[in-house]
Design a protein around this ligand. Sequence first.
Ligand code: ADP
Length: 246
Amino acid sequence: MTGVPPLELRGVSRTYGEGAAAVHALTDVDLTVSAGELVAVMGPSGSGKSTLLTIAGSLEEPTTGDVLIEGTPLSGLRRNDRARLRRRHIGYVFQDFNLLAGLTAVENITMPLELDGVRTRQARAAGLKALEDLGLADRADAFPDELSGGQRQRIALARALVGERRLLLADEPTGALDSHSGEGVMRLIRSACRSGAAAVLVTHDAQLASWADRVVFVRDGRVVDSTPPPPGPESLLPGATGREAR
Ligand code: ADP
């Protein structure tokens, strides 16, 4: 894939605390995610996956190293510029959805646009379009507690992608869903990648990771391996050759 990658981590380390009590959450991590690419991040609990995601999303700063979003190094930006870049380019999906209970589905989706100064009417039109794409047009004015878990998660995805964001960061995005809804969410993420977004997905679920183009393993704060996704069960049949068999 050509062009500037939506995300690049260069020699990123993150230490919490100091001296003997210091925790090295990440050590010298290099990671590039190209446009259109879905990368899954796997690793044991406490290995640094969430730290990697929050640093990639510019919600936290690395102790050393740099993060480049669409080729722009975050270290060179002032706080306000960094916040603007984050709002415009990066979408997050968290396990617990983080929808605001007092806002309707469409208002939740349009909030980042309005924060960015887009006029209400224009933002609403974009929000309604996103809902339509997700097959939820008739739920635009429903409040989160009137929606199913799967519907809430699709709203959270729409909010992450509205405004043509180029980088989607997801932390166990299907964690609270049954496998059918979970698969729906993965289809949406894949379809965002087909439209040119880059996505990083933290998961402990090998089944979900098999949707990725690449799986990155994190152990003790280091990226230890980067492999193509595990082949599907068909690959065990005689004559099958790995990825083509999927
Ligand atoms: P994972 O997402 O893989 O479970 P984390 O990125 O949450 O791992 O954590 C990596 C390490 O950094 C752990 O040892 C964790 O305790 C530590 N850590 C994470 N955030 C903080 C923090 N805010 N303060 C101190 N230690 C932290």
